[in-house]
Design a protein around this ligand. Structure first.
Ligand SMILES: Cc1cc2nc3c(=O)[nH]c(=O)nc-3n(C[C@H](O)[C@H](O)[C@H](O)COP(=O)(O)O)c2cc1C
Length: 152
């Protein structure tokens, strides 16, 4: 035991997957929102936070919290038939959360999504393949802009 071992460590996980159109109803954006809402309710109980992005049939999700809860929930997510081609991009240990205000934020494209937000979502999708930490920061920054916009 040393001075640092009492500090709490969290896991932060990032993955991408594709909506399985055959198992997800006729309105993909609505399905994505419903997934984010149901996830937020579960995550609150499990002390998990994060963000779910959905664009052009592609999910990008960040899940963070106590390592054992992240692991358990990710195992369930992997078995979910509503998405396919799941690919784990990053799993790191961190001392602070980045999404502490969101049980599961939804960055989901729909008919009302502004061009600026759509560009932002596409940028995350582009970044996720080349720089996981930049993609993560970009997701956080999109949420900050959304919160700032909703206060106007
Ligand atoms: C893209 C996607 C993201 C999900 N994210 C979460 C999540 O953050 N937390 C969660 O509890 N379930 C999440 N789920 C749902 C789980 O896969 C699962 O359906 C849910 O936790 C209920 O599990 P149970 O039926 O075994 O209780 C997600 C599902 C999908 C398709």
């Amino acid at each position: 035991m040393n001075a640092y071992s009492s500090h709490k460590q969290f896991s932060r996980l990032l993955y991408i997957s594709s909506l399985d159109v055959e198992n997800s109803g006729e309105r993909p954006e609505q399905t994505a929102r419903e997934i984010a809402e149901a996830s937020a309710a579960h995550n609150r109980l499990a002390d998990l936070t994060g963000s779910l992005l959905f664009i052009d049939g592609c999910f990008i999700q960040i899940l963070e919290g106590p390592p054992e809860e992240v692991e358990k929930t990710f195992e369930r997510i992997c078995c979910d038939f509503r998405h396919i081609d799941l690919r784990l991009i990053d799993l790191i240990s961190v001392s602070e959360r980045l999404f502490e205000h969101w049980d599961m934020a939804c960055l989901c494209e729909d008919e009302e999504t502004s061009l600026a937000l759509r560009d932002g979502l596409q940028e995350v999708r582009f970044l996720v393949g080349i720089n996981a930490s930049q993609a993560t920061l970009q997701m956080r920054s999109l949420l900050d802009s959304q919160s700032a916009g909703s206060k106007d």
